[in-house]
Write a protein that binds this ligand. Structure first.
Ligand SMILES: [Zn+2]
Length: 287
């Protein structure tokens, strides 16, 4: 009898391990699909190209990509990193981003202890909200890296996700401090009014106000601690790069480097990287 139990439990454990591996492969594939979507959105949104209805195409020759040319990670390898029609090289950054996105999804799911042993609904909902949040910050970061600009439509999407998360937390009663959430909502409204007012008066976007809105989105979705730690890390790294830049220039008086320091410090981009790394680290400790 004992042998039979031992056999069943061993068989059971093996089956669950296989199911977990399968689950994490699906999560990885999901991450790579999102990674592919981030690249598409970062390229199209600033150019005002439809991100949902327009079929994917080669930016050089306009060749409409077939289904098998759209498979994240794999199609890059099969196509030999170039367009099938015009042979233009596909930048490796798409491939790297898809793999990184897949790994980020796996890490977050692992930190939230998502597995086939016990499907904890609140952890699955948290995972879904983190994915919605990542879509916002990754696209904002990508556009900021390319153009040093915070895309407003993506920021509005981030505010919408934050409001949904606040409503969810209030309904579930995860935190009794409802005043904190009311304060966040009021701050969102105040910042949006200031931002709109600025844009009406100057017909320009204000990077600082938009960064503040982004920070508030981060606070709601990744906690105050993670956001403050991210800001601290980014500020220290900016301070260090500036110091190195000035030191280099003062030492090499004949060969001065002239860089636009604002271009060097893409705050939203740096903040996103710091935020995701610290968020994963914090989840590893608390979940
Ligand atoms: Zn092409």
């Amino acid at each position: 009898m004992l042998y039979a139990y031992a056999f069943i439990s061993k068989y059971d454990i093996e089956r669950k391990i296989i199911m977990n591996v399968f689950l994490y492969i699906i999560i990885f594939i999901m991450g790579t699909l999102f990674g592919s979507f981030y690249s598409l959105a970062v390229y199209r949104i600033p150019k005002k190209i439809d991100i949902i209805h327009k079929h994917s195409f080669c930016p050089n020759c306009g060749h409409k990509l077939k289904f098998w040319e759209l498979i994240p990670v794999l199609s890059y390898v099969f196509l030999g990193a170039k367009c099938k029609k015009c042979n233009t090289k596909i930048r490796p950054r798409y491939f790297i981003l898809e793999i990184l996105s897949g790994c980020t999804f796996v890490l977050i799911a692992y930190c939230l202890k998502i597995n086939t042993y016990n499907l904890n609904l609140s952890n699955i909902i948290r995972f879904a909200f983190i994915i919605l949040y990542l879509v916002c910050i990754f696209i904002i970061a990508g556009i900021d890296k390319d153009e040093r600009k915070i895309e407003k439509s993506v920021l509005y999407y981030g505010i919408m996700v934050s409001c949904m998360y606040i409503i969810y937390l209030c309904i579930m009663g995860h935190n009794t401090s409802i005043y904190r959430y009311v304060m966040y909502l009021v701050t969102f409204i105040i910042l949006l009014i200031i931002d709109t007012e600025y844009q009406i008066r100057t017909a320009k976007q204000n990077y600082l106000i938009e960064t503040l809105i982004l920070i508030l989105v981060m606070i709601v979705n990744s906690t105050e601690f993670v956001s403050i730690a991210s800001i601290f890390v980014v500020l220290v790294s900016i301070l260090l790069t500036r110091t190195i830049y000035y030191l280099k220039n003062s030492l090499n008086k004949h060969k001065k480097e002239h860089k636009d320091l604002n271009q060097l410090h893409k705050f939203a981009y740096l903040l996103t990287i710091a935020n995701v790394i610290i968020l994963i680290g914090q989840m590893r400790v608390y979940y």
